[in-house]
Ligand binder design. Structure first.
Ligand code: VGL
Ligand code: ZN
Length: 201
């Protein structure tokens, strides 16, 4: 068991990000056994769950004439448009069936504001609206985070960078992550994580 100042953060291991899902990440399901095995090492385990209302502004279907993976300018900056995914209450929004849920101390949902996407577990994409996760972790005296999940180059990346900027010591276990890799986003994410001292293992 690791020290009590360490937490495992499991990002968005949901059906829609696994093969067969609406926004499938290649091999997304293959990380589940490794994540399950890691959970017993940590006294604090947090799961995040992408949890959008129907008609969310990050969905291409919410914008006339737009297709998935096109970009749009939102008031908070450029935003990739996605296929409809992780709609609240849908089967696609559920965690992968094999992911262990009983070790989870906290399940934090994000992306619920119809007007703002939320890749990061800490802040919405406006980079100012907090999810509350920072306060939860600090309240428990947690300083070191190990991050795993989907997708390496979106939600894991944004979560890791925000955590590092907040002063947490962050390690991303690459074997327990899989990425989307849109227009070089994998390499860009790795560079950006390294630049803020996120350890990639
Ligand atoms: C994610 C795109 C849209 C992710 C979530 O979990 O990486 N990516 N919503
Ligand atoms: Zn989403």
């Amino acid at each position: 068991m690791r020290a009590s100042h360490e937490a495992l953060i499991v990002i968005d291991v949901q059906n829609d990000f696994c093969p067969g899902g609406a926004l499938a990440v290649e091999e997304g399901d293959q990380i589940v056994p490794e994540i399950n095995a890691m959970m017993d090492d940590f006294a604090t385990v947090v799961l995040t769950q992408d949890w959008h209302p129907a008609g969310h502004s990050s969905f291409a279907s919410s914008h006339d004439g737009k297709n998935p993976l096109e970009m749009i300018d939102m008031p908070y900056g450029p935003q990739v448009l996605w296929p409809d995914h992780c709609v609240q209450g849908s089967a696609g929004a559920e965690f992968h069936n094999d992911l262990r849920l009983e070790p989870a101390n906290l399940i934090i949902r994000k992306g619920m504001n119809p007007a703002i996407d939320s890749y990061s577990a800490f802040f919405e994409n406006d980079q100012t609206t907090p999810t509350g996760l920072e306060g939860y972790l600090r309240g428990l005296g947690i300083t070191h985070l190990t991050m795993v999940g989907l997708a390496t180059d979106f939600c894991v990346y944004f979560s890791a960078v925000d955590a590092a900027k907040l002063g947490f010591d962050v390690t991303v276990i690459e074997s327990a992550c899989r990425g989307i890799d849109l227009n070089g986003s994998m390499q860009a994410a790795q560079n950006a994580m390294s630049a803020v001292a996120v350890k990639l293992v």
